[in-house]
Design a binder for this molecule. Structure first.
Ligand code: NDP
Length: 257
């Protein structure tokens, strides 16, 4: 697996915490000899800390670039590739992980700002990032090559009351991913989706507008996944033989079955 990742350039969105952060470490630990990692999110200070931690742990074989990027801002996403230094420009893998849920509300009470930020981040942001990176993939021989790994959610398959907008965004990710895979069937570009169930991250803190006590209560009495559990799957799908597409994976803790 390590050999197949060597020499690759990997872009991760939402790398400042949770699953995205774990993916950065998991890629670096799996291919510590020769890898380039572009870590993006809005909180650049966090990205710099993570980059330092990765360098301290695995050494110089992994080149890490922390880059501030708000995926919900189409202008920033459009300019993203131009901001990449030459060394990081030949992107091989895009992990579209940035995403959030805001609020728990029945449809009539959903705040417009919450609805907008969820769609602009989880859906438009993911699509815009994909469009920004695809020309790099398409420029390669045989119609193109590269990996797009979208982080969806069990919520996109099994919508729940009080989460209609978040669930709708993740259903949209699913539809976009499936359609894109079909559009790229004649290329060596792999389009894959991983749908986590409950994972303990900062996700629920964001859901409850920063109220950590409410977030902790979500996980009380159950045994959620850790972000590393998902990162291991992300690295697994990225490190299969080029002809192997692990298209669609649902990963949840046993209590959620
Ligand atoms: P976290 O809140 O821990 O991480 C979310 C990441 O997304 C952060 O790094 C955050 O960085 C980033 N992010 C949010 N908005 C933006 C933006 N506009 N631009 C760039 N980055 C952004 O949660 P998770 O790790 O759990 O979430 C990661 C993904 O996993 C999400 O897509 C989520 O929907 C999905 N997921 C999570 C589940 C769970 O139970 N935790 C279950 C199923 C799916 P910053 O704030 O610095 O920008």
């Amino acid at each position: 697996a390590a050999k197949r990742l060597e020499g690759k350039t990997i872009v991760i969105t939402g790398a400042s915490s949770g699953i995205g952060r774990s993916c950065a470490f998991e890629f670096a630990r799996t291919a510590p000899r020769d890898l380039r990692l572009v870590l993006t999110a809005r909180r650049a200070d966090r990205l710099r800390e993570i980059a330092d931690q990765i360098r301290a742990e695995v050494g110089d074989g992994v080149r890490v670039l922390p880059l501030e990027l708000d995926v919900s801002d189409p202008d920033q996403v459009r300019g993203f590739v131009d901001r990449l230094p030459e060394e990081f420009r030949a992107v091989d893998v895009l992990v579209n992980n940035a995403g959030l849920v805001k609020g728990v509300a029945r449809a009539p009470e959903i705040a417009e700002a919450d609805m907008n930020i969820m769609f602009q981040t989880n859906v438009t942001g993911l699509i815009n990032m994909t469009q920004a990176i695809l020309p790099i993939f398409k420029a390669r021989p045989d119609g193109g090559a590269g990996d797009i790994i979208n982080i969806g959610s069990i919520a996109g398959r099994e919508p729940y009351a009080g989460g209609s907008i978040y669930c709708a965004t993740k259903a949209a990710v699913r539809a976009f991913t499936d359609a894109l895979r079909k559009e790229l069937i004649d290329t060596r570009i792999r389009v894959m989706e991983i749908d986590p169930g409950q994972v303990e991250t900062e996700f629920s803190i964001v859901r409850y507008y920063g109220d950590k006590a409410k977030a902790d209560a979500v996980y009380a009495g159950c045994d959620p996944l850790t972000p590393d559990d998902i990162a291991e799957v992300v690295v697994f799908v990225a490190s299969r033989r080029q002809n192997v597409v692990v298209a669609d994976t649902l990963v949840f803790p046993s209590h959620q079955a």
